[in-house]
Design a protein around this ligand. Structure first.
Ligand code: 0CN
Ligand code: SF4
Length: 319
């Protein structure tokens, strides 16, 4: 039986960003330096395949520091932690390594600096997401007001409308955030903030690539996890930019082939925490059913690279 033709428009950039790459390396190096078990507070990045792989090498994933023994090293995930977390680890005299992405740490510092200058902080982010919890947790409880939508902007009660600053989560929708920032500036004309927002380069570039692909394909598949904010935003960007079918899949096994019946072109991308092997797995699944031509759509070239913390640099040289 001849297979029907299909063109895959493969987004570039896609997949691992510099912060994810660094965070995973930190866990691997810590295992090399201290041996197993090494504890990791929260999924190091939001991807089950990555987490399972590290678990097989001796990493133990827990949600809270309370679940770690005093005498084993602990690593904090790429998403960042509230100030109380390293403080508690230090009090317990634990060895800890902070794998918070430097671009998240930058937002933490911004929030602190504004607060030192007497400004109250408004954070644009998703309630309950670890990055939002971590960034809000840089300041005492109640100091940071969370807004998730434009409507939320009208609901907040501020101390002084002239003494406000905003920060954002790094993995938001660029387009939705423009609207929320505009709503904040309309209600609080003196609010200060970053030039645009704090969305990172990786989030921005992956959304741009999907925007370039979405109008011309029958379907978009985003390789990524349901708890991955940046991956879920890519699905939304696909849907909002003219693609009738935009879906998140963790692995090839999750592809809904019935929904893809009759498609002739598919866009494929991957969230910042999704490894390339899973992208290849998805492409191979298409090759089993279609006569596939892959066309890469490159909208940016990334050269960002972050160093691992000093305590692990001797390991890096051996590796
Ligand atoms: O999927 P991630 O682990 O995290 P979110 O997109 O949910 O924030 O990707 C790494 C991003 C960071 C920090
Ligand atoms: Fe850092 Fe952005 Fe990657 Fe998050 S998505 S780890 S902020 S580079």
């Amino acid at each position: 039986m001849t297979k029907p033709p299909l063109t895959i428009h493969l987004a570039a950039p896609r997949g691992f960003c510099a912060g994810v790459d660094r965070a995973i390396k930190i866990v691997e190096m810590a295992l090399q330096k201290w041996g197993a078990p090494v504890y990791v507070r929260h999924e190091i990045v939001h991807n089950k395949f990555v987490v399972d792989g590290l678990r097989a090498k001796g990493a133990v994933f827990v949600e809270e520091l309370d679940d770690c023994p005093d005498d084993r090293p602990v690593i904090f995930s790429a998403h960042g932690v509230a100030k109380t977390v390293p403080a508690e680890a230090a009090r317990r005299e634990m060895i800890y390594v902070d794998a918070t992405c430097p671009l998240v740490s930058k937002v933490h510092i911004e929030a602190e600096r504004h607060s030192e200058n007497g400004l109250q902080i408004v954070m644009i982010g998703h309630a309950g997401h670890p990055e939002t919890i971590g960034t809000m947790g840089q300041l005492p409880e109640g100091e940071v007001l969370l807004v998730e939508t434009e409507e939320d902007v009208n609901r907040i009660t501020v101390r002084d409308p002239d003494k406000l600053a905003f920060v954002t989560q790094t993995t938001l929708s660029v387009d939705d955030t423009i609207g929320i920032v505009a709503a904040l500036q309309a209600r609080f004309p003196n609010i200060v903030g970053p030039h645009k927002e704090d969305i990172c380069y990786a989030t921005t570039n992956r959304q741009e690539a999907v925007k370039a692909i979405a109008p011309g394909v029958d379907a978009i598949l985003v390789v990524g996890a349901p708890n991955s904010s940046n991956s879920r935003r890519l699905v939304e960007v696909g849907a909002k930019n003219g693609c009738a079918y935009s879906q998140l899949v963790q692995r090839a096994a999750e592809i809904d082939w019935r929904a893809l019946d009759g498609v002739r072109s598919v866009g494929i991308t991957a969230g910042a925490s999704a490894p390339e092997v899973l992208v290849n797995e998805v492409i191979d699944a298409f090759r089993d059913r279609f006569d596939v031509t892959v066309e890469q759509v490159e909208t940016a070239v990334e050269r960002v690279n972050f160093k691992v913390p000093r305590v692990l640099r001797d390991i890096e040289m051996e590796a």
